[in-house]
Each structure stands twice: as structure tokens, then as C-alpha cells.
Design a protein. Structure first.
Length: 491
């Protein structure tokens, strides 16, 4: 009897540790260097400045721009209200979300391939380079990954239990998780064909298929208004380049690694249609990637962050390979088997240390809106004017309004909040020209030389022409992808 109690206690302990260790591990990776040396780049600045508006102002803005991120902005607005605006408040939701996704991966791996496969997969997720980037990103993609991990875990548990009468609460939770992800980013609905591939792989019964179709269709129906409305704002993604071979290299490498990991981690079961890590992980990795590539043939959309949740499939497959390594070691060196996963994870951490340090540095992003704000504060004088080229670089003033106190934004006709836009509405070129000719000193905030593009908008061309013809440069600072240049009127 005591030995039975000890065995039960040990089993329960392992069931907890298998998800708790990856959760805490990923949380630690996320908290490490969370502020990125107090830097915030342009995508996060959009979250920051929108979250600082009232709920009514956010709602009005969504009618014009960024409807696809509406739920996320409202969530961040609530968090900024409660905890205040800071890099911690901005990024901590993503850290917690990826930690939850790692716990889901670990639970799925344990169910399908045992303790070590689950532990290895959960520990792996936070180490994947693309995941490390968005682990500390003030955008919604990590939250989508958590929801996709939860929906996949629910599907696995439903397939294991079969079509029982008491399964409807889990199916309802499944539908809600898929819908929540779709409202954060509707491209996450690519998880549904991935799950359909899993159902086909394991030859799920008719009742399972019908319930999956019903709850999945409910999620699609719930997200359909957002999908249709956001399509009216498709110009927001017009900057995404068409597919090319260089774009496809990344997904190709991921699929190759995933396939190799699936082969190494195969369980050797006679029934190839049994529910396994390969049956869940390969579709979760491959289908969203291939689906987004297919959509991009119609309209360029391929960005790895849109299918970040597919990395849970990659982690599952790598975890299964680690579990297979433990089993192989147990046959020859039983006492060393328990060191395989910790040892390989430790080696991975050391190998990826340059990547880990790079992702936590300001240089990992294209610019830093906070750094240039500090330069403006040091260079400005009361009564100076300020210009932004392009107008989107006004995000610096929106995130750090104190640094721009006393400066006249002479090109601005209506503020971003008043105009229900992200960057505000500017005057016509002639008004901007006239306003500039009445100034003695102007601070121009723009991109650094490495990333700057020639002005394309008429307003920006007018700004450049006036500065070139009537002003002289007296100071120039470039820092972390942004530039501030001080001009003084000639004569």
C-alpha cells in the first residue's frame, strides 16, 4: 500500500511539473531584458498611443484603421488604465501568453508521447527564435499563440475521450478559444484546417467531425463581421511584398526541421492513424504556413507573425524527438536518461545565446521612438516648430508628449484622437509651406539614413522643399533608426 501511494503521488507530481516547469521557464525568458533598454519601436508605439485613448476614441478610430486589432487595443486600454503606461504593461501580456502556450504544448506532448516529450516541447517553445522576438512584443500575436495552444489541447482531449454526452463544455470552450483568437487576428482561423488535417489523419468518427464543424463554423460566423469590415482597410497591408523565393526560404526550413523532428520522434506504433504528436504537430506547423502562402498568391500577406501560433507545432515535434532520445538513452544508460532533456536544452540555450541577446537589444527592431524623443528634448527651444516625415513618425510625440512640450506642430490640422486616425490629419502643402516660412527654427523628426525613403506624399515633398530652400542645418542626431535635424532660417 505505501508503495502504491508513493507511485500515485509521484505520478501526480509529474503531471504538475510537466507544465509548470515550461511555464516558469518561459516566464523567466520573457522577463529577462523585458524593457529592451527602455526602447519601444514603431509597431509597439501604435499600441501604446492607441491604448492611451478613451474607449470611445478607440472605437471611432477602428472605423477608419486597424479594425483587425480592435479587441487587442481595448484590452491594452484597460491594462494601461489600471497599471499605467510602461514597457512592462505593454509587453507583460505577451510574456504571460507565450508562457501559457508553452504549458499547453507540454500538456499535449505528455498526453501523446509521455513526460519527457511534453517537458521538452514546452521548454523548446520559448527558445525558438521567432517566438523569442514576439515573446517581448507589445502586439497581439503572442495572445493568439496562447489561444491556439489552448484550442489544440482541447481538441486532443476530446479526441482521446471520444464523442461522449458530457463533451459539450469542452467543445464550447474550443469554439470560444478559436473565436477569441480570430477577434485578435482573423488569420488565426488557419488553425481550423490544421485541426481538420488532424481529424483526417486519425480517422475521427462522424460525430467528432460534426461537432468540430459546428463549433468551428460558429467561431467563423462570430468573426465574419470583423473579417468583412477589415477587408475595407486592406490598404494597411499594401506594404507587404509579393511572395518570392527568399520569402519562402524561412517556411521551407521550418517544415524541413518539423518533418525531421517528426521522423526522429515517431513512436513506432503499428497503427499509423493513431493519435500522435505527428498527427497534431505536423498539421499545426505546416497547414497555417502553407495556407498563408496560398492566400498570399491572391494578395501579399505573408508575415511570419501572422502564423506565430504554428510554432507550437514545431515545439511539439521537437519535444517528441527529445522524448525519443530519452527512450534510446534509457536502453543503454538508464541512469543518464533523465539528464538528456535538461542537457540538450542547456546546450540550446548556450548555442542560441547570441540570438537571445540580440532579441533583447534595441537594435533588434528597426527603430526606437523613445530614444529620438530624448534627443528632441535636448535640442528644442521654446517656440520652435516640429515636423514629421513621414507623418507616421509623429508616434514619437504621441508616446513621449513631454519631450515635445513647447514645440508647434505646424503641419498638423487635426490630432490623431480628434481625426480618429493613427497619425493625425495634416494641412495641405500650401498651408504647411506658409506656416514654415513664419518659423525661425524647425526640428525635423524622420528616419535615419539607413532606413529613410525619399518623400512620396505631396505634403512631405513640400516640407523638404521649404527646408532646403530657406533653412540651414545647425544640428543633426541619429539614434536607433530615427533622426532629428535642427534647421534655422537663413538670414
Amino acid at each position: 500500500m505505501p508503495s502504491d501511494i508513493s507511485a500515485i503521488s509521484g505520478s501526480r507530481c509529474r503531471r504538475v511539473l510537466v507544465w509548470l516547469i515550461p511555464l516558469l521557464w518561459t516566464l523567466g525568458l520573457g522577463l529577462w531584458g523585458l524593457s529592451r533598454q527602455d526602447s519601444v519601436w514603431r509597431d509597439e508605439a501604435a499600441t501604446w498611443q492607441v491604448a492611451g485613448r478613451s474607449a470611445g476614441e478607440i472605437w471611432a478610430m477602428l472605423a477608419n484603421v486597424d479594425a483587425v486589432h480592435g479587441l487587442y487595443y481595448l484590452l491594452m486600454h484597460c491594462l494601461f488604465d489600471v497599471f499605467g503606461a510602461s514597457t512592462t504593461t505593454l509587453r507583460l501580456p505577451s510574456v504571460l501568453a507565450v508562457s501559457a502556450a508553452a504549458a499547453c504544448v507540454a500538456l499535449i506532448g505528455r498526453r501523446l508521447a509521455g513526460f519527457w516529450a511534453g517537458l521538452g516541447g514546452g521548454l523548446t517553445l520559448g527558445l525558438l527564435p521567432s517566438v523569442q522576438f514576439y515573446l517581448q512584443e507589445g502586439r497581439p500575436y503572442a495572445l493568439v499563440a496562447a489561444g491556439a495552444g489552448l484550442s489544440t489541447l482541447l481538441l486532443v482531449s476530446l479526441l482521446e475521450r471520444g464523442p461522449g454526452r458530457r463533451a459539450w463544455p469542452r467543445w464550447a470552450a474550443y469554439g470560444i478559444a478559436v473565436l477569441a483568437c480570430a477577434l485578435l487576428n482573423w488569420l488565426s482561423l488557419l488553425v481550423l484546417p490544421a485541426h481538420a488535417a488532424t481529424l483526417g489523419w486519425v480517422r475521427a468518427g462522424r460525430r467528432i467531425w460534426l461537432r468540430w464543424a459546428a463549433y468551428g463554423s460558429g467561431a467563423v460566423a462570430g468573426a465574419l463581421p470583423l473579417i468583412l469590415f477589415s477587408r475595407r482597410q486592406s490598404e494597411q497591408v499594401s506594404w507587404i511584398p509579393p511572395l518570392s523565393w527568399t520569402v519562402l526560404i524561412g517556411p521551407g526550413i521550418l517544415l524541413a526541421i518539423g518533418g525531421l523532428a517528426a521522423w526522429v520522434g515517431r513512436s513506432g506504433r503499428a497503427d499509423r492513424r493513431a493519435l500522435s504528436v505527428a498527427a497534431v504537430g505536423l498539421p499545426l506547423l505546416a497547414v497555417p504556413q502553407l495556407g498563408l502562402i496560398g492566400l498570399s498568391l491572391v494578395q501579399p500577406l505573408f508575415q511570419d507573425r501572422y502564423v506565430l501560433f504554428s510554432m507550437a507545432g514545431q515545439a511539439l515535434l521537437i519535444g517528441a524527438a527529445l522524448g525519443a532520445a530519452v527512450r534510446a538513452c534509457a536502453l543503454r544508460l538508464p541512469r543518464a536518461a533523465g539528464l538528456v532533456v535538461p542537457g540538450l536544452i542547456g546546450v540550446s540555450v548556450l548555442t542560441l545565446l547570441p540570438v537571445e541577446l540580440d532579441k533583447r537589444a534595441p537594435a533588434s527592431r528597426i527603430d526606437d521612438v523613445l530614444a529620438v524623443a530624448g534627443e528632441v528634448a535636448g535640442l528644442k527651444r521654446d517656440g520652435d516648430a516640429v515636423l514629421f516625415v513621414p507623418a507616421a513618425r509623429r508616434d514619437t510625440a504621441l508616446v513621449s508628449p513631454g519631450a515635445f512640450g513647447g514645440l508647434a506642430d505646424v503641419a498638423l490640422a487635426a490630432s490623431p484622437a480628434a481625426s480618429a486616425t493613427l497619425k493625425g490629419e495634416e494641412e495641405d502643402p500650401e498651408r504647411i509651406r506658409a506656416a514654415l516660412l513664419g518659423q525661425r527654427r524647425v526640428l525635423l523628426v524622420t528616419d535615419s539614413e539607413k532606413v529613410a525613403k525619399a518623400p512620396s506624399a505631396d505634403r512631405d515633398k513640400a516640407k523638404a522643399a521649404v527646408l532646403r530652400e530657406h533653412f540651414a542645418v545647425v544640428a543633426d542626431r541619429q539614434v536607433r533608426g530615427r533622426r532629428v535635424t535642427v534647421y534655422e532660417r537663413r538670414g
